[in-house]
Design a protein around this ligand. Structure first.
Ligand SMILES: Nc1ncnc2c1ncn2[C@@H]1O[C@H](COP(=O)(O)OP(=O)(O)OC[C@H]2O[C@H](OP(=O)(O)O)[C@H](O)[C@@H]2O)[C@@H](O)[C@H]1O
Length: 293
């Protein structure tokens, strides 16, 4: 698949198993931890976010925030607590390294704009089966960086899309978990596949099961991973891939044990600044999150 160097996607390819990607850059606000605003509500990023809201919206957001804080306390009594530091661990609790050509989430809430290159994402909850999506839909799910789709919805992905599983597995084997966390992998359907679904893997935890990352780390990785995926989607759309809708399951909310509302809010606070995405490409600003019940 061709790529478009002018937008910094030189290394991007949808060819099975060949994708390499750049690591998203984080803004200074993020590096101070503003992605996990629920944990530290007085951070500048959150104040900015609230500053963009007015009246009733502010009250609603504050109420949501209180609920989330409670949920987070319940789910994560020592969320900032010590996970092991790997030798090549970056500063910032393992956040990905800076890259000059990636989208920068700013932690600022703004209405979605008409410009295709700038705005925030809207996450809409629906009940239904994620796999019933029409052709050319991207189906997003959270992945560990070990190469296992062993449980939960990942197991269903493995059963339905065995070729995609092999690509995901090989991708993990080529890299260290510490490098993959906070990135994404977009896998195109085989031309002869029955369901022409793209699969968006967001690497939100380095490992799985009892060795999975803490909820705080998973949320922290979710932001750059989602942005990386959106950047890849934009690049591939520009290259002519017929990508349509973007749907996801309630990522992180099952085996990864992170309350859905927290992941949802992280995604809705991401902002694309427009510098790295072609103005010719309409990003999928609406993401529909499916839950089976
Ligand atoms: N057909 C369907 N349509 C729509 N939604 C569906 C569905 N079937 C289930 N759901 C929902 O999908 C959400 C996510 O719940 P999950 O537990 O799966 O994922 P997660 O993101 O918390 O965790 C990731 C780790 O789980 C895996 O398993 P292993 O670690 O390999 O064992 C991976 O490999 C990772 O490591 C929950 O809301 C489920 O109700």
């Amino acid at each position: 698949m061709k790529t478009n160097p002018k937008h910094g996607f030189k290394q991007t390819t949808l060819d099975f198993g060949q994708r390499q990607h750049k690591r998203p850059r984080l803004s200074p606000e993020q590096e101070q931890g503003s992605l996990i605003e629920d944990e530290e509500p007085k951070q500048p990023g959150l104040e900015n976010a609230q500053g963009k809201l007015k009246g009733k919206e502010v009250a609603e957001k504050e109420q949501e925030q209180e609920q989330d804080e409670k949920a987070q306390e319940e789910a994560e009594p020592s969320s900032t607590g010590g996970s092991k530091q790997s030798p090549d661990k970056k500063p910032n609790n393992g956040l990905p390294q800076a890259s000059p050509n990636s989208l920068q989430p700013m932690g600022v809430l703004q209405p979605t704009t008409n410009m295709s290159t700038q705005g925030t994402f809207r996450v809409t909850d629906k009940v239904g089966d994620l796999f019933d999506a029409p052709p050319n839909t991207v189906l997003i799910h959270a992945c560990n960086c070990i190469g296992s789709w062993g449980g939960g919805i990942a197991r269903a992905f493995r059963d339905r899309y065995p070729d995609a599983y092999r690509i995901y597995n090989a991708h993990c084997k080529r890299s260290l978990p510490e490098r993959l966390a906070g990135t994404a992998l977009l896998i195109a359907p085989r031309p002869d596949a029955e369901k022409q679904h793209y699969i968006g893997c967001v690497f939100t935890s380095k490992r799985f099961g009892r060795a999975r990352d803490t909820p705080a780390m998973i949320l922290q990785a979710t932001a750059p991973a989602m942005l990386d995926l959106m950047r890849q989607i934009a690049a591939e759309k520009e290259n002519g891939e017929p990508i349509g809708e973007v749907r996801m399951c309630r990522i992180n909310s099952g085996l990864f044990s992170v309350p859905w509302q927290q992941s949802k809010r992280v995604i809705e606070r991401l902002q694309v600044d427009g510098e790295d995405v072609s103005r010719d490409v309409e990003l999928p600003w609406e993401i529909v999150a499916y839950n089976p019940e």
